[in-house]
Every structure is written in C-alpha cells, then in structure tokens.
Design a protein. Sequence first.
Length: 516
Amino acid sequence: MAPTFLSLSLSHLSLWASGMILIIGFLKIFSLLLRRHKLAKAMDNFPGPPTHWLFGHALEIQQKESLDKVVSWAHQFPYAHPLWMGPFLGFLNIYEPDYAKAVYSRGDPKAADVYDFFLQWIGKGLLVLDGAKWFQHRKLLTPGFHYDVLKPYVAVFVNSANVMLDKWEKKACENKSFDIFCDVGHMALDTLMKCTFGKGDSGLSHRDSSYYQTVSDLTLLMQQRIDSFQYHNDFIYWFTPHGRRFLRACQAAHDYTDHVIQKRKAALQDKEEQEKTQNRRHLDFLDILLGAKDESATKLSDADLRAEVDTFMFEGHDTTTSGISWFLYCMALYPEHQQRCREEAQEILGDRDSFQWDDLGKMTYLTMCIKESFRLYPPVPQVYRQLSKPVNFVDGRSLPAGSLISLHIYALHRNSAAWPDPEVFDPLRFSPENATGRHPFAFLPFSGGPRNCIGQQFAMNEMKVVTALCLLRFEFSPDPSRVPIKMPQLVLRSKNGIHLHLKPLSSGSQKPLGRE
Ligand code: HEM
Ligand SMILES: *[C@@H]1O[C@H](CO)[C@@H](O)[C@H](O)[C@H]1NC(C)=O
Ligand SMILES: *[C@@H]1O[C@H](CO)[C@@H](O)[C@H](O)[C@H]1NC(C)=O
C-alpha cells in the first residue's frame, strides 16, 4: 500500500514540477519577446542593415574585420543604426559626435547585459557601479590620480620598459619578425602591479607571479566567453570546463587581493611600518584607497576595496597594452613619423640616461602621434549604456528610457564628416592649432562626460615613457607577410598578433638608455 501511495505522489510531484518549469519557461520567453518588441519599436525610426531573425547581426560581428563592416554600415546609415546581438539584445549603435554627446555627456548607467559579465571577477567597482555609490567612489578615488601620486611612477615605467627592451634585444638578433603584443602585456601588468600594490621594488614573490598569471588567464577566458554565444547564460557557463576554470581563477584573484589588502591594513596599525611607508619612494593606489574618506569620514568597505583593486588591474593593463602595441605598429608603417618622434626623444634626453616627469610635457610630436594612433586604433573600440531617461538627438529623432546604446568609438573615429580622409595617418590633426576647432565628442579614446576614464593621465604617461624608450632602442618595421587582423575583444587586439621587425639602433655612442 505504502509504496503505491509513494509512487503515486511522486508521479504527481514530477507532473507538477514539469508543469511549473513549462510555465516559467513560457513566462521567460514571453518577457524576452516583450523586450525584443519594446527595443525594436523604440528604434523604428532608425533604418539599419538586414537582421537575421535569430542571430541578429552577431554573424557579421563575429567575422574577420567586423570593425570595418560597421564602418561601412556607418556610411550607409548616417548617425546611427540598430545592432542586434542575437534575438533579444538590440542596441542603437551610434558613431557621430552630436549623437555621442547627447548620450555620453549624461551619466546614464552601463548596460547590464554587457557589464554583468565582468561582475564575477571585478565586482562592483567604478567601471560597473552607477548612481550615488559610483559618485562617492569616483570622488574617493580621484586623488589617486593626482599628479603628485603619478609623478614617481615615471621611474616604474622606465624600469619595466627596460626589462622588456632587454628581452627584445635578444629576440631582435634572430632576423625575423615577432609578436610584440604578449611582451607589452607582461610589461603593462608589471607596471600596474607595482603602482597598485607597490610590489616589485623588492622583486615579485611566487605568490605575486601566480596572481599575474591569473589575471592574464581571466582576461583570456572573459574574451572567449563574450565571443561565444552559448556561454552567455550564467548557468550554462558555470557548468562548462571553461566556466569552472573562470570561477577558480576568480577565487584565486580574490584571495590574492584580499591577502594584500589585509597585510597592508595590519601594517598600517604598526607604528614602525607606518614610518616606513612615509619614507617609501612612492605611495601606491592601495595606500590611497585605504586612506580614502569622504566628508562623513566613511571609508571603503573591504568588499569595495577589493572591487576597486580588481577593477584597476582589469581596466589598467589590457588597455595600455593595446595602445602601446598599435602605436608601435603605426610607427612601423610610417617611418618618417617614427624618425621624428625618435629625434624629439633624443633631443629631450640630451646626455642624461633616464626620462623624468618634466620631460613628458615636452614630447609634443610623440603625443600627437599617440593620439593619431588612438584615433585609428582605439584600445577600447565600443562602450555601452542603458538610458535612464529619454534622449532627443540633433536630427529630431529620439529614444525612450530603457533603450540600449552602443557607442562605436572605432566608427566614430573614422566618421568622414568629423575626420577628413579618415584612413590617413596624420598626426597634425592633433596640433594645438587644429585641436581648437574640433567637436569635443569627435575623439573619445577614453570615452567622455562624467563616466570617462579615470586612469587616462596615468595611461598617457605610461604610453609616452614606454614608447619613447622603445623608439630610442629600436627601429620598427612591418612584416608584410603578417598584416594584423583587427579584432575587438573588450580591447582592440589582433587575431594573428602584431608582428614587427626590430632593428637595434647602435649609434657609435650607444649606451643602455633609461637606466637609473
Ligand atoms: C590607453 C589606456 C586606456 C584606455 C584607452 C581607457 C579607456 C577607457 C574607457 C573608454 C572607459 C569607459 C568605459 C565604459 O564606459 O565602459 C574607461 C573607464 C575606466 N578606466 Fe580606463 N582606459 C585606459 C587606461 C586605464 C588605466 C591605466 C586605468 C587605471 C589604472 C583605468 C581605469 C578606468 C576606470 C576605473 C574606469 C571606470 C571609470 C568610471 O566609470 O568612473 N583606465 N577607460
Ligand atoms: C635576414 O633575412 C633576410 C630575408 O629573410 C636575408 O636576405 C638576410 O640575409 C638575413 N640576414 C641574416 C643576417 O641572416
Ligand atoms: C592642421 O591639419 C591639417 C590637416 O591635417 C594640416 O595640413 C595642417 O598643417 C595642420 N595645421 C597645423 C598648424 O598643424
């Protein structure tokens, strides 16, 4: 009797459960369809390229040279067009200065559909926060980028760059081109660890090096996830081998950051250590974060601290890596500009052997070339928002609250109305005389408005010091058999790496440059 009763109720239960799953499934599909309808209706006034019912434009976007595809769409559809990543996720893709201004001069929140991928690793740091908490954090962190803090980092950049250049000295002898991206990446992560944690003055420990490896892994896994449609759903992803590896790497990164924070906190309570900190050559970001207080003396919680440190590590290394690598590629393509930058650097250096803070302001031609390479190869090619209130555009069209926006920085920088002959590398566009007439939202490598890049001064300083040292040690030329294939993956990369020929410069008076 009992077993029949049990099996009866079990079969009832399973029937009931499958019914529930079906209903939930229907509700989910219904809400997705509703969302698709709403997003599509809001973009009724914006014609665009043909849309596949399931993939949207994802197939075109995943193809080689998708960035130039978007540029060709931008020519066809002035100002903006809808861009569908699959059936339910539709953005208005914009690439015109006035359109960019209408959205990015306001502080609308980031589009959760994109930025939620970052949460597991970098948590709710400055990049993904919004509203009052973002404002509070931004205010607390801004002093960390004051020039008094940035000044001593010049020596850090010089040291890390020299380690890379010594490595290149050996590789360059082999009479063949090699991929510079990877080495630049190591160098950028190295500087960032030194500036964030104050590590490295006494050498990296085993624990530090494995953190370093973890950060590279995480970046790769995250790129792979964004590229793979089937990995977008959290539940599906966490059950795949890649997803589990990602979770383990997140845990390892968090353990490391927590450990460094706790150690520093304990040290701060120790009087002797406190004096040591004051005598140390430079404050690092962690010192600033730990000391940050707002008017009501509220400090950042441990979770907030970790999120901000992880955000810096994520935002600060791949971006500069991309920037430096593509800049050197531009120099290889345009030897006359390369030579002019080199001569400027030689003149500034004179007979000294290391760059200092005051030199950075004198690198005017190099700075123009860096900006021109940012224009053609923006390290962050696309950023996303979700409108918190309606927006009206210059041509009378508008979008309601809730709409998703993709600012296509790459296409904006090749908008021929804003940039005559956009494909031509011409640093003079950024001469002081020419800069005054430019639309303030025509050039946005660091985004614009209140949510712009907080690290841009840091990044520019690193770019200048590192690239100037590169040009002093080597002559760069392209490898015509391995032309880079541009690929947007969070940052602008090359599918086949950036292969360059390097020729060591051995002028008679050659000495190791930039040594301390
Ligand atoms: C060439 C180098 C860099 C480029 C091109 C770059 C570009 C950008 C862009 C486009 C944004 C806006 C992102 C968005 O709206 O989703 C951004 C935000 C941000 N960047 Fe950078 N970045 C660079 C270097 C750095 C460095 C070195 C750091 C830190 C040390 C940093 C920290 C941040 C942070 C914290 C944010 C979020 C700011 C906020 O929302 O308030 N960046 N960056
Ligand atoms: C370097 O390679 C080029 C062509 O690949 C060749 O002509 C040249 O002889 C090589 N030089 C040396 C030193 O091996
Ligand atoms: C301004 O830009 C144009 C086009 O790039 C260039 O020909 C001209 O020389 C620039 N002017 C100055 C003063 O650099």
